[in-house]
Design a protein around this ligand. Structure first.
Ligand code: 2RA
Length: 335
C-alpha cells in the first residue's frame, strides 16, 4: 500500500491528467482523494475502474493524506497548501505560487532530481514552457556549458486550461459555420487564425510574466544565476502542445551532429531531425505523450565569431510533460 494521495483541483485539465498519469504509471497509492470547489463537491469521477466522489477543498481536507498534487490556481494553492503541509503531507504544486521561494525546490526530474531532497513540505512544478525547454537545454548545458538562451515559444490554448481550448474550438466552429465569432472569454483576442504575443501581464521593461518565468525558473533549476535568457511567449491556435524555437550560446563548441548525439541520449527527449525527409517535431505528433521532441538542430549562423551557437526547435505536450506528468514524476522520486 502506497501513500494516500489528494489532487487539489481535480476537475481541471491538469488535475484530470494527473489522475490519468497516476493510473497509467501504476503509482502505488492507498486512498485517492479528489478535491475541488464547492460547486463540484458531490460529483463523481472515474479512476482505475472505480467511482470517486469529489470533496470540497477546505483546510481540513488533508487529514490522513501523505502526498498532495496541486493543480489549482495560485490563490487556492496559497490558501490551502500550507494546511496540507501542516497535516503532514508533502506537496507537489503546479501553481506558480511557490516556484521562486528559496525554501522550495523547483524540479524537472530529468534535470535536477536531487533537489527534492531539501524540500520542507512543498516541491514546485515549473511552468510548462520552462519544463519543455529545460529537458533539451540541460543536456546541452552538461555537455558544453550554457551561457545564453534566446527563445520564442508558440504556446497552445490548453495553457489556459479547458476554457482556453473551449475558446479556440468555439471560434473555429463559428468560422467554419459562417457565424459571428463570439467575443474572447479567456485570451485577450480571438485566437483562431491569429497569434497573440501576450501571456500574462507586462512588466516595465515590456516583458510578460510568462517570459520572465523562463529566465527566473531556468536559473533556479540549472543552478546558474548568471544564465542570460531572452524569451518571447506567443499564444497560438494549437490545442495542447507547446512549441519553442531556441538559440543557445555555449561555453565550448558543439556541432549539430554532436548535439544530436547528446540529445538522443538525454532522458525525456526524442530527436526527430531529418529535414531531407521533412522530419521535424510538430505539435500534432507530441500531443498525448510525454517525450519532448527536438529537431531542426543547426549551427547558429548569426553567432559572433568565436562564440558557439546552436539553434533548435522542440515540441512537448503542455498538459502532460508540461504539467501533470512532471508532477507525478516528482512524486515518484519521493516514494
Ligand atoms: C500558459 N504556461 O501556457 C501558461 C500556464 N500554463 O498559459
Amino acid at each position: 500500500q502506497g501513500p494516500n494521495v489528494a489532487i487539489l483541483g481535480a476537475t481541471g485539465a491538469v488535475g484530470r491528467q494527473m489522475m490519468q498519469c497516476l493510473q497509467e504509471r501504476h503509482f502505488p497509492l492507498g486512498e485517492l482523494r479528489l478535491l475541488a470547489s464547492a460547486r463540484s463537491a458531490g460529483q463523481q469521477m472515474c479512476w482505475n475502474g472505480r467511482m470517486i466522489t469529489i470533496q470540497e477543498a477546505t483546510p481540513e481536507s488533508f487529514e490522513g493524506i501523505d502526498l498532495v498534487l496541486g493543480a489549482a490556481e495560485n490563490d487556492v494553492a496559497e490558501r490551502l497548501l500550507p494546511h496540507a503541509v501542516k497535516a503532514g503531507a508533502v506537496v507537489v504544486d503546479n501553481s506558480s505560487a511557490y516556484r521562486l521561494d528559496p525554501e522550495v525546490p523547483l524540479v524537472v526530474p530529468e534535470v535536477n532530481p536531487e533537489d527534492v531532497a531539501w524540500n520542507t513540505g512543498i516541491i514546485a512544478n515549473p511552468n510548462c514552457s520552462t519544463i519543455i525547454a529545460l529537458v533539451c537545454l540541460a543536456p546541452l548545458d552538461r555537455a558544453a556549458g550554457l551561457n545564453r538562451v534566446v527563445c520564442s515559444t508558440y504556446q497552445a490554448a490548453s495553457g489556459a486550461g479547458m476554457p482556453g481550448i473551449e475558446q479556440l474550438e468555439t471560434e473555429n466552429a463559428a468560422i467554419v459555420e459562417g457565424r459571428k465569432v463570439p467575443a474572447p472569454r479567456v485570451f485577450p483576442y480571438q485566437l483562431a487564425y491569429n497569434l497573440i504575443p501576450q501571456i500574462g501581464g507586462f512588466d516595465a521593461a515590456g516583458y510578460t510574466s510568462e517570459e520572465m518565468k523562463m529566465q527566473n525558473e531556468g536559473r533556479k533549476i540549472l543552478h546558474n544565476d548568471g544564465l542570460a535568457v531572452n524569451c518571447t511567449c506567443v499564444r497560438v491556435p494549437v490545442a495542447r502542445s507547446h512549441s519553442e524555437s531556441i538559440t543557445v550560446e555555449l561555453d565550448s563548441p558543439l556541432t549539430p551532429d554532436e548535439a544530436r548525439v547528446v540529445l538522443a541520449a538525454a532522458p525525456g527527449v526524442r530527436v526527430v531531425d531529418d529535414p531531407s525527409c521533412r522530419e521535424y517535431p510538430m505539435p500534432l505528433d507530441t500531443s498525448e505523450q510525454d517525450l519532448v521532441y527536438v529537431g531542426r538542430i543547426r549551427e547558429d549562423i548569426s553567432a559572433p565569431e568565436g562564440t558557439n551557437g546552436l539553434t533548435f526547435w522542440c515540441c512537448g505536450d503542455q498538459i502532460r510533460k508540461g504539467a501533470a506528468t512532471n508532477a507525478v514524476q516528482i512524486a515518484e522520486l519521493l516514494l
